[in-house]
Design a protein around this ligand. Structure first.
Ligand SMILES: Nc1ncnc2c1ncn2[C@@H]1O[C@H](COP(=O)(O)OP(=O)(O)OP(=O)(O)O)[C@@H](O)[C@H]1O
Ligand SMILES: C[C@@](O)(CCO)CC(=O)[O-]
Length: 912
């Protein structure tokens, strides 16, 4: 079938040469216009005009007849056997190609059959890159091929386009499988960008898109560079849940020939009767979907306004909204949300009446389901957890019922399940729905915040600059959370924080590294009514005030943060509020920038936590930083009276101050990481290299400085696979609780490794070569244990293999939380700079980032008050927020590569 392409909104563009020009308006993709030129019909018009000019009906039937026959008489005719071809099916395929603006279309017996036909293009040894938030059935078929077909499958977060690149290998990657938006988390994939990366790095690979969530009405991925698109025709195309069908479309003739061969060979083409039904369903597709998606938008807005975390690309805060809008002309009719409690979600699903409990979507009837119990149950619980699929997720597939009925039914179910409560407002008599917090079942979220009389503001009048390093864990990550000793050192990559005073009574947070997050709060917007202030002189306890965390999260909802920026903002506001004393609340802007990769296992969160902790302690006047001792003036006023020994600012911040900063940085880490061991913030504050054992376990807790690392070179390689420390740490904790007999011996073995490394580093008699080769052996051993703990990742194994291959023969382990992130490689003294450069270049070619580094540098630094002239009390005059911006504007303008040097050059820094 050869048809013309359409633009993004549905109409077709002029027919290309060689295309058969249809002679009937109803079979054509074109309409006449007043100037005599033919113009394309709109999508909904095309849907109803089912006529194939090459296939005229002998009686002029206005509906395509069902050729319910297996065989056709005679020889040499167009059809002989329905497995190979059938007129009803041909009509349907012509029609599907037309509305998909594709050159070729095929219809088969189900959506999974469509994927089966496509994956038969693969051969043993091929690699497939697929998303990590896939439809359960797709996942099942890929797992089958992995186990039985010699195919390697890499599950990658395709919503982060750069993270796909490390897996694209010319000559190896044969297929990249995408869904956008994903089902059921509605994450958006940048199809166009990934297609471009595939063309660059693995030009022979086919990009295949499962377009079922959108249908050809809303999205046509062939126009964005995909090679093959398939749909489960059971969904929007048919629209009535009365048939199963799959659709494959493509433009490439060679691929189409191979697909046609497979369909004929395996015999899974769609039956004549189902072809007729599907053809009939398509006629109303556009009008059905218009109604469905407008209702979906209302439902999503309703849930979002109640404070449920709702996933729908049509909501203003959806992180993939812009990308989605570039690829599609609507947001579809599937959305999902979480309640915070699996049992509560089950009660909600069970309480609905109009929303049918069913798998699948796309039908005229609205459906509700819990993916973890239904459509995604074929993915095991651990994999679901590792892919971030919440167990309490509810998916809604919106139909064509009256939206008012749908909303009312949902509201009743939420009320009946106890997810919301209805309060009558005495003033107006109106009802107000309020979400009930799932953890205690009683407290209400979203209550009006009391206006707080802040009284006189006492604002510091100067800028404060702080900085803290990232870290590399050499031995003992994860095990350290459970009381094992770990060895870590500061790296020369840092986070920098700057406070700038404001005179407008507001607090602001600027996080340029997190997608340019910028938020300003009036102090009375913060949930002070939930805060239980720390009694004067008392330290924060070991447990977070979860009520306050939840209230801050709730406050931030209105500000539409992404998950990462929200976490950073919650930590900042939590510390700010907890540190506040009485009515003395400083107002300022805080800006953080870092020159290390974020969420890559190098402790970016601890560096950030240390920066906010020290800045907030300073601004709340809970600590003071000593001024740099000024050289005493000589009697003649010209020469210093005594020799001023330069320590480059080191050891200038006293230990009690550093301890206080570390304690609060740990609180921030708790907000960000759930159950941190405290090693990352300790390195960020104290710097150097440390052996760290967490308090509260059987071993003696402690924080012992270690020597011996300073001269060792390391290579840090960032796999660029994003991952979440919080869930990785939680995953290991869960395994330890469930399989103590497996996990505890691993933890003991890691303790032995840390002990051995420590002994070796502290042994002045040990020959250098023995030390290095001993550390290499321990690196290998430790990595194997981390693999057994389940925190490695294929990309980390690729990095290990590469660095271990000849001529390099280096030893590498994952560092930090794993699951992606960074690997650390020990670079022996004799290893040449040329070889190192060559290795770095090759790793970069493979899509990784690599940095050479030495470890053990300074910890927390604060810009000395005496040398702050650069930024003190200089007003720009034009500041729209009533703030002074001299340092800040320069800080924001600096290229990340120049940042460290520029910051250092500002003046005198004092370090722990
Ligand atoms: N420069 C920054 N600006 C703002 N927030 C930051 C910055 N760096 C880190 N963060 C916060 O820390 C989080 C990253 O923490 P995560 O634990 O995932 O990575 P990491 O600390 O780099 O790795 P690891 O803990 O495994 O060593 C971010 O999501 C963000 O909330
Ligand atoms: C995985 C972990 O051991 C290191 C993260 O950098 C967690 C921790 O110690 O907090």
């Amino acid at each position: 079938m050869v048809l013309a392409k359409s633009d993004n909104n549905g109409p077709l563009t002029p027919i290309s040469e060689g295309t058969p020009v249809p002679d009937s308006p109803s079979g054509s993709a074109f309409r006449a216009s007043s100037n005599g030129k033919r113009r394309p019909y709109h999508f909904s018009t095309q849907c109803v005009t089912v006529e194939n000019p090459a296939q005229k009906d002998q009686y002029g039937s206005s509906s395509v007849p069902i050729y319910q026959t297996a065989t056709f008489k005679g020889m040499g005719g167009e059809y002989d056997y329905t497995r190979s071809g059938n007129p009803t099916r041909s009509h349907l395929e012509h029609h599907v190609a037309k509305i998909s603006s594709a050159a070729h279309a095929f219809v088969v017996s189900s959506g999974m059959a469509a994927l089966d036909v496509i994956t038969r293009l693969l051969k043993p040894g091929d690699e497939v890159v697929a998303g990590d938030d896939l439809y359960g059935g797709t996942n099942r078929l890929l797992t089958y091929l992995k186990n039985n077909g010699g195919i390697t499958v890499h599950h990658v977060d395709t919503t982060d386009a750069p993270s796909v690149v490390p897996y694209l290998r010319a000559g190896k990657t044969a297929m990249v499988l995408l869904e956008s938006p994903t089902n059921p988390l509605l994450k958006v994939v940048d199809i166009e960008r990934i297609c471009a990366s595939v063309r660059q790095h693995a030009p022979d690979a086919l990009v295949v898109v499962d377009n079922t969530m959108m249908s050809p009405y809303l999205q046509r991925p062939l126009e964005h560079g995909a090679d093959l698109v398939y749909d489960s025709g059971t969904k929007y195309l048919s629209g009535h849940h009365d048939l199963m069908a799959g659709v494959v479309v493509c433009d490439r003739d060679d691929v189409a020939q191979r697909i046609a061969f497979t369909i004929n060979a395996v015999g899974n083409a769609l039956s004549p009767f189902d072809s007729f039904l599907l053809l009939r369903g398509i006629k109303t597709m556009a009008i059905r979907m218009d109604r469905q998606q407008s209702s979906a938008q209302r439902v999503a807005t309703f849930l979002d306004s109640l404070g449920f975390r709702t996933f729908y690309p049509g909501l203003p805060g959806h992180p993939g909204k812009d990308i989605h809008e570039r690829h599609a002309s609507g947001y579809g009719a599937v959305l999902s949300f979480v309640t915070g409690d699996k049992a509560l979600s089950e009660r909600i699903v069970g309480a609905t009446r109009l929303w049918g409990i069913s798998v699948s979507f796309g039908a005229v009837n609205s459906l509700i389901s819990m993916p973890c119990l239904m459509s995604h149950a074929s993915i095991d619980a651990a994999t679901r957890a590792s892919r971030g699929l919440p167990e309490d997720l509810i998916r809604l597939c919106v139909g064509i019922e009256d939206p008012a009925d749908l909303l009312e039914d949902l509201e009743c179910a939420l009320l009946q399940a106890g997810a919301i409560s209805s309060v009558e407002l005495p003033s107006s008599g109106q009802r107000r729905l309020t979400r009930v917090r799932p953890d205690d079942g009683t407290g209400l979220i979203g209550m009006a915040v009391e206006k707080i009389n802040l009284g006189e503001q006492d604002v510091e009048k100067r800028e404060w600059f702080v900085s803290a390093p990232g870290k590399v864990i050499l031995f003992g990550e994860h095990a350290v959370v459970h009381g094992v000793t770990a060895i870590a050192a500061a790296v020369n990559l840092r986070c920098f924080g700057l406070t700038t005073p404001r005179e407008d009574g507001k607090l602001a947070l600027y996080l340029p590294d997190l997608g340019g997050y910028e938020e300003t709060w009036s102090l009375d917007e913060l949930p002070w009514d939930v805060l239980e202030p720390l009694p004067e002189g008392e330290a924060h306890g070991p447990v977070l005030d979860e009520k306050l965390v939840a209230a801050i999260v709730e406050t931030l909802k209105a500000h539409c943060a992404t998950k990462t920026s929200q976490a950073a903002a919650v930590a900042f506001l939590y510390l700010y509020m907890m540190m506040a004393r009485g009515d003395t609340k400083p107002t300022f802007s805080f800006t953080a920038r870092s020159n290390m990769p974020i969420s890559a296992g190098l402790g970016s969160s601890a560096a950030y936590s240390t920066c906010i902790s020290s800045a907030l302690l300073l601004l709340h006047r809970r600590i003071t930083i000593p001024t740099e001792p000024a050289p005493t003036a000589a009697p003649n006023g010209k020469q210093p009276a005594h020799v001023h020994i330069s320590h480059n600012g080191r050891v200038a911040i006293p230990k009690p101050t550093a301890d206080e900063i570390n304690a609060w940085a740990f609180i921030s880490e708790k907000v960000l990481h759930g159950n941190p061991s405290g090693i990352d913030n300790s390195v960020a504050v104290y710097g150097g290299a440390l052996a760290y054992t967490r308090p509260g376990f059987e071993r003696k807790a402690g924080l012992d400085p270690l020597n011996g690392f300073k001269s060792v070179r390391f290579l840090l390689v960032n796999s660029k696979i994003p991952r979440d420390t919080k869930s990785l740490v939680a995953g290991v904790g869960k395994r330890k609780a469930e399989e103590p007999d497996v996990i505890n011996p691993i933890l003991d073995a890691i303790q032995n490794i840390s002990d051995e490394a420590r002994r070796a580093l502290e042994d002045p008699e040990l020959p250098r070569q023995t030390l290095i080769s001993g550390l290499e052996a321990l690196i290998d051993e430790n990595h194997e244990h981390l693999v057994s703990l389940g925190v490695s990742h294929p990309a980390l194994e690729v990095i290990r293999a590469k660095t271990a291959s000849a001529p390099y023969n280096l030893h590498t382990k994952l560092t930090g939380a794993g699951g992606g992130g960074c690997a650390v490689t020990l670079v022996p003294d004799q290893f040449s700079d040329e070889a190192l450069q060559q290795l770095v270049a090759e790793l970069r070619e493979d899509g990784f980032d690599a940095y050479t580094t030495t470890v053990g540098g300074s910890g927390l630094g604060v810009f000395s008050p005496r040398s702050g002239e650069d930024g003190e009390n200089v007003s720009t005059g034009g500041g729209d927020e009533g703030m002074r911006v001299p340092l800040r504007s320069q800080f924001l303008d600096k290229d990340v590569l120049e940042l460290a040097e520029w910051v250092e050059d500002r003046g005198r820094w004092l370090y722990v």
